[in-house]
Write a protein that binds this ligand. Structure first.
Ligand code: GLN
Length: 309
């Protein structure tokens, strides 16, 4: 039996001298204030155990990791027809790029870059007021994590609303192509609040369990999606979850994963467990620098890569 606690402790000790590496996201003023010298990691296994180390109980801004939960909701709502509005290919460009959108006539490459996630938020917004769509997401995340204390950090949402000019540009651009159906302020209201979800590594690891366990939370028995849908969301995370760093993450870690500019990464070891890591300093492409290193160490020491050990 692998001693997961010992592995986490070992990773933490080895990375300790490097904690603080990378650069916090400073284009969102609230995130620029976060102390980069933090590191947490948690593993929730399909057997119901949770292991953690470091700052794993401290809530942080999950940012783009929320795109996985919103995608799950949108697929539940409109099924495969979602793919008329968003593609499923890696973008090979930055998370907030606008150039590709023009060439591809307002259809974003995948649901995990900003443009794609904004289109997905528009889908979830249909038939709702923005407040209701945000409430639906919060209920969903609390349900999958089995934790009623999860909340949204309004200061982060406000900070992005005031400074998210690129996201307004992306949304307006897609609206011009008819791929955003609601007022841009409403769609972005939903999007900025989903990004402002505040969760700890422990909560996030538990929330990702349905993706590791064929669509159901093995601890609560809650059925979330079908096994086929869980498999497909994992496929998208593997190919598109780290923007233009997706190939590199697959090469080094070999697990489906989704990063956020708050410095978190959610990774899935299918059939085994769900892993969350948080270290706010980012690398050049906007993914947690030490988070990726820690996951590479974990995958190497456990043999959990989906490509074999
Ligand atoms: N809220 C961030 C943005 O829209 C999310 C980006 C990210 O986490 N990569 O810019």
């Amino acid at each position: 039996m692998t001693d997961l606690q010992a592995i986490l402790d070992g990773i933490h000790t080895e990375l300790s001298p490097r904690i603080g590496e990378g650069k916090v996201a400073d284009y969102i003023p609230e995130l620029a204030k976060v102390d980069p010298k933090q590191f947490g990691m948690a593993i929730a296994t399909v057997d119901g155990d949770v292991y953690s180390v470091g700052d794993a109980a401290i809530p942080f801004s999950i940012q783009s990791i929320s795109k996985v939960f919103m995608l799950t909701l949108a697929l539940g709502k409109v099924g495969e027809s979602l793919w008329k509005r968003v593609g499923r290919e890696p973008s090979g460009s930055t998370f907030n790029s606008i150039v590709q959108l023009e060439r591809e006539e307002g259809i974003p490459r995948n649901p995990f870059i900003n443009a794609g996630a904004i289109a997905v938020s528009d889908v979830v917004l249909a038939g709702h007021e923005p407040r209701e769509a945000i409430g639906e997401l919060l209920r969903f995340v609390r349900y999958v994590a089995d934790d009623e204390t999860i909340s949204i950090d309004d200061r982060v949402a406000r900070s992005e609303t005031q400074t998210g000019f690129r996201n307004f540009a992306l949304a307006n651009f897609m609206r011009a192509y008819g791929n955003i159906h609601h007022p841009v302020e409403h769609v972005l209201g939903v999007y900025f609040h989903q990004c402002a979800l505040s969760m700890s590594c422990q909560q996030l690891a538990k929330a990702g369990l349905y993706l590791a366990a064929r669509g159901s939370n093995p601890i609560t028995g809650h059925s979330v999606v079908s096994p086929k849908r869980a498999r497909r969301i994992n496929a998208l995370m593997l190919t598109c979850g780290h923007y233009d760093g997706s190939g590199d993450f697959a090469y080094h870690v070999g697990l489906p994963g989704k990063s956020g500019v708050g410095g978190g990464i959610l990774a899935v070891a299918p059939g085994i467990g769900s892993i969350a890591v948080w270290s706010p300093g980012l690398n050049k492409v906007g993914n947690s620098q030490l988070g990726a290193v820690a996951l590479e160490m974990l995958a190497a020491r456990t043999g959990w890569s989906v490509f074999g050990d």
